[in-house]
Structures are given as structure tokens and as C-alpha cells.
Design a binder for this molecule. Structure first.
Ligand code: ZN
Length: 504
């Protein structure tokens, strides 16, 4: 742990109190028992009318009439809140050296809020193949449309994320309601992932439904949201990806949802995770989730002890998970692509969404594009007092806010934003040029035949080849950050960012 001088120690102590309150607030929202049941939900869905890819009934069985043994066991490792060097290091630590059954490195979904986010790292993370999703601009509990849509506009303008790829939402503190869902529906979001499944995946009458569309209403959280259940709120085509709880074996009250590793010692939590995963894997293979605030797994954070034992436990768990056949660690977008067109494991090699392609751009090409070799030295620094950040695009004259998410450029800043017809990795925001025409944007396909590439944390896959290239660009943000921005935020700002990140 870094040494702190007297004043920051006081600040840290004061913030610890604030943190405690945040933690309490978060714990208050955790499920302590079942939150739904088919009886109370009053949910019914007409399977003769509700058909993929547009409609899917809530069901504990896999989609497409497939047998559980024939479908992938999806594991979604999601992250919430600000994107910083600390948080990307965490996701890299767990995922960069792993491989899915087709040799591709696992991808994940980052529900991003923009307070304390370093925008250039969002670009890097996206260009490395991960999903960026909406978590409101300022982590608002009951967000208005400005909070939800403003986040999309700012992510597009200052992180270069195409609007068409911003398709998912998670409610801050998981405090979703009918109004928020309606905002998502009106803006053509593809999915929400805020609802809770708090019954064992293999129990009778469980609410651990496979993801479903809201054409026939809501089937989760119906003991808490009775005013909009029973089919009262129907939002055709909007998917709900329930968040599946982790359970303590043989306990009716030991239910954990976000950051379950904060709720017990590493040995205990490893048991909970393994036991809960098994109820999915040996049952109906509903997706299994690791829902994280990665800041709790970060190392080197000022004033906070490094959670080394917890990190090692989680790494051990993922190693164990990957000893099972047909396990895929995926982003929500990847999983949704399969859900809309489910194929059995025997045909899984044909699923385009699971393939890995990297933009074919020589390292000598100097453009600010989210690839560290290309953008080195080209990042634009936006010197806001509370939390300076970097971007490939222009720095706004004032900080983006929900009411003004895309302010005009700082005086003299002539950089441009990504046009909708150019891939982020190929756009030069300084010259305002798309460096490829539609037929010359090339991507190198790194997908391998289906096999066992998963036990390769040492960096070498089972076929002997290095696994570094697929994850190489994903490791870039940390190096870049520590070199260029690490010393800039004040300790108070960093601690505030941590306090902020503790919110769900
Ligand atoms: Zn959050």
C-alpha cells in the first residue's frame, strides 16, 4: 500500500465513512430471499406467437428447443462504473490470458458511467473487442432521459464508440423501474441487465430464467415491482438479461449478487461460486454471471489494501470453470447474438459473434484509434480540474453533463469525432480521414478450430503457440495510462472516484 501523508490520511478516514454508507446502501439492495415466482408474477407468454429472433418467452429451458447438454454454458464477467487504468488492469488480469474454445480471448461488458472515466481507455477497451454499455452519465439512481441518452452521446463523441454498438443498459444501484425500461425501449436499446434472479437455478419455480424479451412483460423481481408485473408493462423486443445470484450451499438466506467476494473470506466464496456454477452447468445451463465493480479487485489503489487473496481465488475459480466443456466467457452482446439464433455446440464454430478479428493496421501508422501502437503520443489531454482525462477526439470546452453531453470543442481544438461510416480503429480524428474505404478495411481473423485452449494462463496454449497476440492490445491501456496521466489526478479525486465506484 502506498504511504500516505497526514492530510490524505484524514481525507481517507473521512472518505471511509462515506464509503461505509455507500456499502450499506448497496447491501440494502441485495436480495435476501426470492424476489419472484411464477405465481406472483402472473406471467404468461404465447410460445406460438413469440418466436426468435424477435421474441423469446421467459423460460428456464434453453432457447430454440435445445437440450441443456447441447448448449454452451455462458459465463458473463461484467464490470460497472468508471473506466480507469485500475479497473482495466483487473479485467486484463482475469481474462487476457484465457481463451474460449475457439482460441479467442474472452470478451466482457463494461457498464460505463462517465464520472471519473478516462475516455481514451474506453476507446482502447472497445477496439480490443469488448462491449461498452450504458450506466448513466453520473450514476443516477432514477435516471431521466438526459442521463441515459447523454451517456450514449458522450461515449460516441469522446470515446469513439459507434451508437450502433451501444445497445445495453444496467441501472445504477440496480434500482430499475418501469419508467427507466420505457426510456430504454423508446431509444431502441437492445437489452437491460438490471433484474435479479434470487432463486437457485435448479430449484422448482425458479426465477433463473434464460434471457427473454419483454413482449409479454416482466417475470423477475415481481415481489418488488408488483405494479408493473403481471404483464402490465410490455416492451416488445427489449431483452432482459437477468442477473443470477450466487448462493451459499444449503443456506436459504446466503444470497449474493454483485461482488460476492466482498461477502466472505476467499475460501468460503470459492465454495459458493463453485456450488452455484454447478447448479447452472448440470441443470438447464442458464448463463452464469460474475458481476463486478472491478475497483474492489484493483491493486495499487491509494489507501486501499491490495485484495491479493481474493484475486487469486477468483482466478482459481475461472481456471476451474474452464475445465468444464463448452464453457464460453462472453460479453452480453456476444451472448445475445447466440440467443437470437441459438445453435447447438456442434455448430458453435459458425457463430460469427464468437470469432476474434483484429484491425489490420501496421504499427507504423500513426493515428489515434484505440490501438496503443498506433496512437502512442497522439492522445489529447482534457485538463478538467477534478478529473483530467484523455481522448483521441476533441476536448470539450466544459465537462460533459447530462444536459450538455457533447459541448463544443475547446478553443483551437480541431480534432473530429468518428463518423458513422468509419470503423473506430480506422479513423484519424486529427486529419478527419477514414483511412480505409469500405473494401480496404481489413481485419485479421485469429479464430482457431474448436479445441481446448483454456488452461493457458502461463501464456502458451495447448497447441504450443503463444496466446499473446489476441490479448496484446487489451493490455495496452495500463501502460499508456501510467506513463501519461498517472500523476495528474489529486489523491482526493482518486479517493472520490473510488467512493463513487463503490455504488452499484
Ligand atoms: Zn454502478
Amino acid at each position: 500500500m502506498p504511504r500516505l501523508t497526514a492530510r490524505p490520511r484524514l481525507a481517507a478516514a473521512a472518505l471511509a465513512l462515506v464509503l461505509a454508507q455507500f456499502v450499506l446502501a448497496q447491501d440494502g439492495g441485495a436480495p435476501s430471499g426470492p424476489v419472484s415466482s411464477p405465481e406472483t408474477a402472473g406471467y404468461s407468454c404465447d410460445t406460438t406467437k413469440c418466436k426468435l429472433p424477435a421474441c423469446q418467452c421467459a423460460s428456464t429451458s434453453p432457447p430454440g428447443g435445445l437440450s441443456p447438454k447441447d448448449v454452451p454454458q455462458f459465463v458473463t464477467f461484467t464490470a460497472d462504473d468508471a473506466i480507469q487504468s485500475y479497473t482495466l488492469e483487473v479485467m486484463d488480469y482475469f481474462l487476457a490470458n484465457r481463451s474460449n474454445p475457439n482460441g479467442c480471448s474472452p470478451k466482457m461488458t463494461y457498464f460505463t458511467s462517465l464520472s471519473y472515466t478516462n475516455y481514451s481507455m474506453v476507446t482502447d477497451w472497445y477496439v480490443a473487442g469488448n462491449e461498452i454499455a450504458d450506466h448513466t452519465m453520473t450514476h443516477a439512481g432514477k435516471p431521466n432521459t438526459s442521463e441515459i441518452y447523454g451517456n450514449l452521446r458522450a461515449l460516441n463523441a469522446f470515446a469513439g464508440i459507434p451508437m450502433s454498438d451501444l445497445t445495453g443498459f444496467r441501472a445504477p444501484m440496480l434500482s430499475w423501474n418501469g419508467e427507466t425500461l420505457t426510456h430504454l425501449y423508446n431509444a431502441s436499446f437492445k437489452y437491460d441487465s438490471s433484474m435479479t434472479s434470487a432463486t437457485l437455478a435448479n430449484a422448482s419455480n425458479t426465477d433463473a430464467f434464460w434471457p427473454y424479451t419483454l413482449d409479454y412483460g416482466i417475470a423477475n423481481n415481481c415481489l418488488e415491482q408488483s405494479d408493473i408485473c403481471q404483464g402490465r408493462l410490455k416492451l416488445p423486443g427489449l431483452w432482459e438479461l437477468p442477473m443470477y445470484s450466487v448462493f451459499q450451499p444449503n443456506s436459504t438466506s446466503g444470497i449474493h449478487l454483485m461482488d460476492p467476494w466482498l461477502d466472505g473470506n476467499p475460501d468460503e466464496v470459492l465454495d459458493w461460486l463453485k456450488w452455484s456454477f454447478t447448479t447452472h452447468y448440470e441443470g438447464n445451463r442458464q448463463p452464469f454471471g460474475l458481476y463486478s465493480h472491478p475497483i474492489h479487485l484493483a491493486v495499487g489503489y491509494p489507501g486501499v489494501a491490495d485484495p491479493i487473496a481474493t484475486r487469486q481465488m477468483l482466478q482459481t475459480f475461472l481456471d476451474w470453470v474452464q475445465t468444464h466443456e463448452n464453457v464460453w466467457i462472453v460479453s452480453n452482446q456476444q451472448m445475445l447474438a447466440w440467443l437470437q439464433n441459438p445453435v447447438p455446440n456442434a455448430q458453435i464454430a459458425n457463430v460469427d459473434a464468437f470469432k476474434c478479428q483484429s484491425p489490420d493496421i501496421p504499427a507504423s501508422t500513426k493515428i489515434c484509434n484505440g490501438v496503443s501502437a498506433n496512437e502512442a503520443g497522439l492522445l489529447n489531454r482534457c485538463n478538467f480540474a477534478d478529473f483530467p482525462w484523455q481522448t483521441c477526439y476533441y476536448c470539450p470546452s466544459v465537462e460533459p453533463t447530462p444536459d450538455n453531453p457533447v459541448p463544443s470543442p475547446n478553443k483551437g481544438d480541431t480534432r473530429h469525432t468518428v463518423p458513422s461510416n468509419c470503423s473506430t480503429a480506422f479513423f484519424d480524428p486529427i486529419k478527419n480521414v477514414c483511412t480505409c474505404s469500405s473494401d480496404s478495411c481489413k481485419f485479421t481473423d485469429q479464430t482457431k478450430p474448436i479445441g481446448n485452449y483454456s488452461t493457458n494462463l502461463g501464456g502458451t496454449s495447448s497447441d504450443g503457440s503463444s496466446t499473446a497476440p489476441a490479448g496484446a492490445e487489451a493490455t495496452a491501456p495500463m501502460k499508456q495510462n501510467s506513463a501519461t496521466i498517472g500523476a495528474v489526478p489529486s489523491l482526493a479525486a482518486v479517493l472520490l472516484a473510488f467512493a463513487f465506484a463503490i455504488l452499484a
